[in-house]
Design a protein around this ligand. Sequence first.
Ligand code: 5GP
Ligand code: ZN
Length: 135
Amino acid sequence: MKDQNCIFCKIANGEIPAATLYEDEDFRVILDLGPASKGHALILPKEHAANLYELPDALAGKAMILAKKIASKLSVALKCDGFNIVQNNGEAAGQTVFHFHIHLIPRYKGDTVNVTWQPGILTEEDKKEILEIFR
Ligand code: 5GP
Ligand code: ZN
């Protein structure tokens, strides 16, 4: 299903042109217009899902397999030194386009890309609370 107001629906379904690296019946993989590094690509499902929670399981599985395939190919071709696979859910997590997508970000030694965080401390209280969720 498409969302009439969603730019990634339009791109994924070919209504708005984008630099396409790969396409099949479920996905389009494009170059990001504001790349974090050379080769930064986005995996877009053709079906609208605002985020990972809304994405059907079958597409979630296929998306990760596709991430592996495209990142492996780019890694060899671009001779990058590493790869970040990033997927943001919600504004607080940095999501700006509310159509599920996976970022494939090639990393080069000495680049200035920042996907790091300050490590905190796992408190006993937090550990107990979170483990309880899965009991
Ligand atoms: P988010 O912040 O939602 O995880 O990532 C959205 C990404 O989409 C950003 O990296 C941004 O540069 C990219 N982007 C936004 N609009 C367009 C567009 O119209 N075309 C392409 N190719 N990328 C876009
Ligand atoms: Zn959409």
